[in-house]
Write a new protein. Structure first.
Length: 491
């Protein structure tokens, strides 16, 4: 889907957001507390003790009475902390759902009994991330308080809307809607003021040029062809596996090529000799995979350090042998490193997600109906804004008319990217396209800033913000309760 603006601070905090549905729910049993009592009233007092203590615990009275972290004007109690921890956990499940098994996380087993690595349990992992996020949140909230910054009425409304969709059963016992409301208000205040701080940093063209000179390779890119030959030292391997000698011979053919045409011809010849029955169409597909355009510099990588050292010329060849992985890789530089001066784009979209693949056509039908409504309105931006706010599933941009500015080529999903950067694209173009996210009504606004400027400005602001945040961290003290972790609950 569309471009996502990166937050340039306390990234863990973002992981507290939002609305991942928990796949496995575990129920906890409350401990029955036996209260010492006089003979003759044991049964009655015992029952009363169970009821009273059960109410206090499940009702969250004790949780709200325990302050976990606090600053001068804000505090996070155990109930709020349990909510934040649960959202950290839920976010992980949402973002890494396909790799839970390989990560070693079993959602049906107690987190404290599972090791994330040799030193950390999964419970400690989620609590570590939550604790750092809440620290950052409290620091920014204090800065907001000092500046007299408060939640806007629109932000209050958005919290109301979020609260209306909360399923309280997904959160630990004792966490109430009131607790979640308080947690969301604190979170929203911090994230809103953070955005205000971020937007307050500006860079002049002269500053950007100087920053570029000091960090040239970060904002350059290069194009190249690449092919890798795998080999085996095992003589019993299949006839289709290269020996080290055979791989060396083919790699040397590529190393001796003088231009891109010879390089691709040598790869095509290898495919014909080693892949039985391969067609010309399949060979072309293989060749397409060997081409990389506008690749950024990666510090520490052997090929990148070679390609970006300022001594190269087009058609230079780089060879790399990996004994560990038994591969021989050959690169040909097809375009020298250069500053990315191509323009970004500004684009609007309205996203319609596909809930069930069997009803794909209904989603397309809805998108088409909304597009027709916009066309009949005279294709005004005011109407597009209205429709985006009403229909778009991309809530990050819906409130701004579906607008994404300064989108850089290669940073969105393939279909979205291809539409935006079509060489024939012009302002006013619109169309419905499909991506893995669903159907998008696209509207092309026009070109934006040069790519290198966007990247350099983002990095400069990141550095400036980091310095500001260090100052805030020194300015505001946070008190943390000892041994609070043992009481934090997960649902």
């Amino acid at each position: 889907m569309g471009k996502k603006k990166e937050k340039l601070n306390y990234s863990q905090m973002l992981e507290l957001k939002k609305q991942a549905e928990q796949k496995e729910k575990r129920k906890r049993r409350l401990k029955r507390v036996i209260i010492p009592c006089v003979a003759g009233g044991l049964i009655l007092v015992l029952i009363a003790g169970i009821v009273i203590n059960g109410y206090i615990i499940s009702g969250g009275v004790l949780m709200r009475g325990k302050t976990v972290m606090s600053t001068e004007h804000f505090k996070v109690d155990e109930a709020m902390m349990s909510y934040y921890a649960q959202d950290t956990y839920n976010s992980y499940l949402e973002n890494f759902s396909e790799s839970l098994s390989s990560d070693g996380l079993d959602t049906a087993t107690d987190l404290a009994s599972q090791q994330k690595d040799s030193d950390t349990t999964w419970r400690d992992y989620f609590l570590d991330k939550t604790e750092q996020a809440v620290k950052d949140m409290l620091i920014v909230a204090e800065a907001a308080y000092s500046a007299g910054y408060e939640l806007s009425s629109d932000e209050e409304v958005r919290i109301d809307e979020y609260m209306s969709n909360i399923n309280i059963d997904e959160y630990p016992k004792g966490v109430s809607l009131e607790d979640i409301r308080r947690a969301e208000e604190l979170y929203t205040l911090a994230i809103s003021y953070d955005e205000k701080l971020y937007n307050g940093f500006k860079c002049t063209d002269e500053q950007l040029e100087q920053y570029y000179k000091n960090n040239e390779n970060k904002y350059k890119c290069a194009s190249y062809r690449y092919y890798s030959f795998s080999y085996s030292l095992d003589s019993d391997e299949s006839d289709f596996t290269l020996s080290k000698e055979e791989a060396t011979n083919y790699a040397n053919r590529l190393r001796n090529c003088k231009n891109e045409g010879e390089f691709t011809d040598a790869i095509a010849q290898f495919c014909r000799e080693w892949i039985p029955g391969i067609t010309d169409e399949q060979i072309q597909s293989e060749l397409n995979e060997t081409k990389t355009v506008n690749a950024p510099y990666i510090a520490g990588d052997g090929f990148n350090e070679w390609a970006f050292n300022g001594k190269r010329k087009v058609n230079d060849v780089y060879y790399e042998l990996s004994e560990e992985y038994q591969t021989m890789s050959v690169y040909m530089l097809t375009e020298l490193p250069h500053r990315r001066e191509e323009s970004s784009v500004n684009v609007r979209h309205i996203l319609f997600t596909i809930g069930d693949s069997d009803f794909d056509y209904l989603t397309l039908e809805q998108a088409s109906t909304v597009l027709t409504e916009w066309e009949l309105s005279g294709k005004t931006m005011e109407k597009f804004d209205e429709l985006a706010a009403e229909y778009s599933a991309d809530k990050a941009s819906a409130k701004n008319g579906g607008l994404y500015e300064n989108v850089i080529q290669g940073e969105t999903v393939t279909e979205f990217d291809s539409w935006c950067f079509d060489k024939n694209r012009k302002p006013g173009d619109y169309e419905i396209i499909k991506t893995d996210y669903g159907y998008h009504i696209m509207y092309f606004v026009g070109t934006g800033e040069e790519t290198w400027k966007i990247q350099a400005q983002s990095d400069m602001i990141s550095e400036d913000y980091a310095k500001l945040y260090d100052d805030l961290r020194e300015k505001y003290d946070i008190e943390i309760s000892e041994n609070y972790r043992q009481d934090i609950k997960f649902g």
